[in-house]
Design a binder for this molecule. Structure first.
Ligand code: B16
Ligand code: MG
Length: 227
């Protein structure tokens, strides 16, 4: 028998799911790294998806020691560069299919949340014109332990008044899928990063519809119950 799902909310990662700011993060870190003579490539940048600003710096440094006050100065500088790029963001930068997905979820009565590791998340949502869709917005200020810890998703689910197994998380990052699975959420991977351990994966946001999500998650739950 196919287990029936009781989905009441959708929780979206921001960077890489609602919009694609990874290039801006890359350009800002790259400028800072070049100024400090630290090698940093686009490929290195892929490992920074979904992880906090401090963890991003640690991964860029690859074990090279740094005094904490210096780390704080470098991160502030990178964030200044990043925020200059964000000034150019408009609703045209929402990824394809996302407005339709949010509209159909709203019409169906699902709760909607954002769970982003970014401390710039609220500003980005405002620039995209998406803030009004969401009943709960969790960002890099809300919890101490960021992805891959499940804390941020659990925080948003609490605000939406749903249990993790009543919520679907959409994530583009390995750390984000790890976090969703650790929290007991239904996990949907988006894009080409290592998200294959999600319950369901869409290569492009334009492919995501509510019917496909519910069908795909039902099939994943049926597979699990047979194992
Ligand atoms: P900030 P998400 C994450 O956002 C980004 O994917 C990640 O690359 C970034 O380091 C992190 O936010 C922190 O961002 O420096 O703006 O606080 O994918 O969780 O929406
Ligand atoms: Mg992301």
């Amino acid at each position: 028998m196919t287990p029936s799902l009781d989905i009441r909310a959708l929780i979206f990662d921001l960077d890489g799911v609602l919009t694609d700011t990874a290039e801006f993060h890359y350009l800002a870190w790259k400028r800072m790294a070049d100024e400090e003579g630290i090698p940093f490539t686009r490929q290195d940048n892929e490992a920074l998806r979904g992880v906090s600003r401090r963890e991003s710096l640690a991964r860029i440094l690859k074990g090279r020691p740094i005094e904490e006050p210096v780390a704080q100065v470098w991160m502030t500088r990178k964030n200044d560069y990043y925020q200059a790029y964000l000034e150019g963001i408009t609703p045209a930068d929402i990824l394809p299919g996302i407005p339709q997905l949010l509209d159909s979820a709203k019409a169906t009565g699902l709760g909607l949340g954002v769970a982003s590791a970014s401390r710039n998340a609220r500003g980005v949502l405002e620039r995209l014109g998406l803030t009004h869709y969401f009943d709960a917005i969790g960002d890099g200020y809300c919890v101490a332990n960021t992805k891959p810890a499940p804390d941020l998703f659990v925080w948003v689910a609490g605000r939406l008044d749903v249990h993790p197994d009543q919520a679907v998380v959409f994530e583009d990052a390995e750390a984000g899928i790890d976090a969703a699975l650790a929290g007991g959420f239904h996990a949907v991977g988006v894009g080409r990063s290592p998200v294959g351990h999600a319950h369901l994966v869409f290569q492009n946001t334009s492919d995501i519809t509510l019917d496909r999500v519910f069908d795909g998650l039902s099939q994943a739950a049926a597979r699990t119950s047979r194992e």
